[in-house]
Design a protein around this ligand. Structure first.
Ligand SMILES: [Zn+2]
Length: 339
């Protein structure tokens, strides 16, 4: 029987199964209940004791091989089927999701590119900060309301009860770190996440991203500040954009200003987005306070500088007409896919 089985194995191996008809003929001939393999298992009963174990083993091998051949051929034919004449052309195609850069990363990259082109270097620093860098060095003394627990997330040092850290409330500590390590002239932008203990609403989130700029040199004036922001917003929101400054207050700049840009939706005529004013409030800026320079050992008699800061979410919301800040962080692909 063993010799016979070798022939049958050969025959099964070379049996064509290239289309549905051949495959069905193959199945009927070898694998069906009345097929060859079933009858061979019947024959096994009459085989001599000596030959039986080897023949049984061989027959089982052939059966497994024959079934595997059938399954492979069947799967291949089903795959090919999609190309056959009875294909339904009206079935919508399967779409694949393509990942892309988050809209905030895109916005930030665009902003950084503009600043780089005019000589700003990108710097960063830790998100968990010491109070000195986040407040003291920025002319924000211990009693200042900005240090209130209601606005700031404090983190207690596990090993030293007297030591506490803050989740930075702005990226300005990066400026302090940079000024402590480097001598002017300095021209940097520092983008990054900042944290405020705020109630989450459509326009406030407990974490957001900022980009801040700093320029320190001899004879830096407000005019330089206005020039650089004018340039930036024309590049970012379009050539017709106009920038204006309104007096404001920050502890770390003197004088301080609020930066507005002309509404790029209505061109300054007044619309819903700009609340009919023709202007959009964008961020803060000012000339670096001499006290800040003193805390980083830069002589305010010799050097002056400007600083500015803006929220990346806010700029992106206005640029792309996004109404709710929370959508940036919900990771809903339907939202993210639009950009
Ligand atoms: Zn408008």
């Amino acid at each position: 029987m063993l010799n016979n089985l070798a022939d049958i194995e050969q025959e099964i191996t070379s049996c064509p199964v290239g289309n549905k008809e051949e495959l069905e003929a193959y199945r009927l001939k070898y694998l069906s209940r009345n097929g060859l393999l079933t009858s061979l298992f019947e024959d096994l009963k009459g085989v001599s004791r000596e030959e039986k174990p080897a023949a049984g083993k061989k027959l089982n091998e052939i059966k497994r091989m024959a079934e595997a051949k059938f399954n492979t051929a069947k799967a291949e034919l089903e795959d090919k089927d999609t190309g056959s004449a009875d294909m339904d052309l009206t079935i919508p195609g399967r779409s694949f999701s393509v990942g892309r850069e988050h809209i905030l990363s895109q916005t930030l990259a665009e902003m950084v590119k503009i600043f780089r082109e005019i000589g700003f270097k990108v710097t960063d620093g830790p998100e968990l900060e010491e109070e000195f860098y986040n407040f003291d060095a920025l002319n924000t003394p211990a009693h200042h309301p900005a240090r209130d627990m209601q606005d700031t997330f404090y983190v207690q040092d596990k090993n030293d009860r007297d030591k506490k850290y803050v989740l930075r409330t702005h990226t300005s500590p990066v400026q302090i770190r940079t000024m402590l390590k480097n001598k002017p002239p300095l021209r940097i932008v520092s983008p990054g996440k900042v944290f405020r203990n705020e109630t989450v609403t459509y326009k406030n989130y407990f974490m957001f991203q900022q980009i801040e700029g700093l320029y320190v040199d001899k004879n830096v004036s407000m005019r330089d500040l206005k020039g650089v922001l004018d340039y930036f917003f024309r590049k970012f929101y379009g050539e017709k954009t106009v920038t204006r400054f309104i007096p404001s207050f920050f502890p770390f700049t003197e004088p301080s200003g609020q930066v507005d840009v002309s509404c790029f939706i209505c061109g300054g005529k007044g619309c819903k987005t700009c609340k009919e004013t023709g202007w959009l409030e964008i961020g803060g800026c000012g000339m670096v306070d001499p006290n800040v320079f003193r805390s980083v050992n830069i002589d305010p008699e010799e050097y002056t500088g400007y600083a500015f800061g803006m929220g990346i979410e806010r700029l992106a919301m206005m640029k792309y007409g996004i109404k709710d800040i929370r959508t940036f962080y919900q990771n809903d692909v339907r939202f993210l896919d639009q950009f």
